[in-house]
Design a binder for this molecule. Structure first.
Ligand SMILES: *Cc1c(COP(=O)(O)O)cnc(C)c1O
Length: 370
């Protein structure tokens, strides 16, 4: 095999984490030394750093991104009898969190250009039971927060951000995490800011809500007593080892996101015309968690990529409202999400993706689409 046609991984996680190996080992040794595996000093330090990064007032480390969303809903008192609007095109966890607090997800369609929540569809779906809208910043691009905030303000609803794929993204200059009532982040290893295992965070401008969520995530403990519980809580905490690793990775987040933007811009310049990239809103500064394109003949394109040793993914081939477990919430058809689900394809994307690798992916795409 010549250098020009080496395999291209979908995500080069070993490359991303390998560079920090020595630092991770030192951070781990420190935790072993002090022994505070839960609630160690690493957690508070990372929470402060990440709140600052998101231009928000507070950050609460939790077990994962799904828990972050669930705890936000619970913290806002959303539960049985309430409806929460979510886009049909998202990772299933968005809907899962709504169901876990006992509320009903109300699936709405997405915009054909960005494949993000359609604010007009959200507006039209509001009824007397609606409590919140979860805007999902999918693929690394924030939803149109200006239009969505007009909808939530008009109806007096909470705007919750699912920012699991958007660490560092901006819309109209504002960072993901600082715009809504609260935002849920995931630090799943493959995310733009990924831990060495599971992790998540709630980020918010509301210090009181942050405090309530912190207690909910720690068994509902009273502020002044370990043995009394004034809330019915649960256990969902970010541990010290993960927080230590996340502080180290946060330092490289902007640089990694720049690498993703560079790779995406090269895709835009070199993709054949039959491969149509998802559009970016003029006010959005996206961080390209995923490089999503639409193609007419996905099966053939995927087979060609596999044959050439090029990684790919599907995000997401089953719209949430058509997924078996959510059949109870199937509403009218949502044509944009349904059509996109059959056509979208995620190309290789990593902070470390090289010019040569993007060129190779585009070359293979040209040969399979002509
Ligand atoms: C990853 C992800 C989640 C869930 O995060 P976990 O940490 O895996 O629980 C939620 N929403 C979206 C859009 C995601 O991509």
């Amino acid at each position: 095999m010549t250098a020009a046609n080496q395999p291209v991984p979908f995500l080069d996680l070993a490359g991303v984490n390998g560079a920090l190996r020595g630092d991770f080992e030192l951070a781990y040794a420190e935790v072993l030394e002090h022994g505070r595996f839960i609630n160690g000093p690493e957690v508070a330090r990372f929470e402060t750093e990440f709140a600052d990064y998101c231009q928000a007032a507070a950050c609460v480390g939790v077990g994962n991104g799904t828990d972050a969303l669930e705890l936000i809903l619970a913290g806002l008192g959303i539960g049985p009898g309430d409806e929460v609007i979510v886009p049909a095109n998202t990772f299933i966890a968005t809907a899962e969190a709504v169901c876990y607090v006992g509320a009903r997800p109300r699936f709405v369609d997405v915009l054909p250009d960005t494949l993000l929540l359609d604010p007009d569809a959200a507006d039209a779906a509001v009824n007397k039971n609606t409590a919140a809208i979860i805007g999902v910043h999918l693929f690394g691009q924030m939803v149109d927060t200006e239009r969505l905030l007009r909808v939530t303000a008009k109806h007096g609803l909470a705007f919750i951000e699912d920012a699991a794929q958007a660490h560092g993204a901006r819309f109209a200059g504002q960072r993901a995490g600082g715009v809504g009532v609260a935002a849920g982040f995931s630090f799943y290893p493959g995310k733009n800011l990924g831990a060495l295992g599971d992790g998540g965070a709630v980020v918010t401008q509301d210090a009181e809500l942050a405090d309530k969520i912190r207690r909910l995530a720690d068994h509902g403990r009273s502020a002044d007593s370990r043995f009394h519980h004034d809330l019915r809580g649960r256990n969902s905490r970010l541990d010290s080892v993960q927080a230590g690793a996340l502080s180290l990775k946060l330092r490289g987040l902007d640089q990694g996101n720049k690498g993703r933007v560079r790779a995406w811009e090269q895709y835009l310049a070199e993709l054949p015309e039959q491969v149509r990239p998802v559009t970016r809103h003029a006010k959005a500064e996206a961080v390209y968690h995923l490089a999503v394109v639409e193609v007419d003949n996905r099966e053939k394109v995927c087979a060609g990529l596999t044959e050439a040793g090029i990684g790919w993914g599907l995000h997401y081939p089953v719209p949430c409202h058509l997924d078996a477990a959510y059949g109870d919430y199937r509403a009218e058809s949502l044509p944009v999400a349904e059509r996109a689900a059959e056509r979208i394809l995620s190309l290789p994307m990593s902070p470390t993706l090289s010019e040569r690798q993007v060129a190779r992916v585009c070359e293979v795409l040209r040969s399979v689409t002509e």
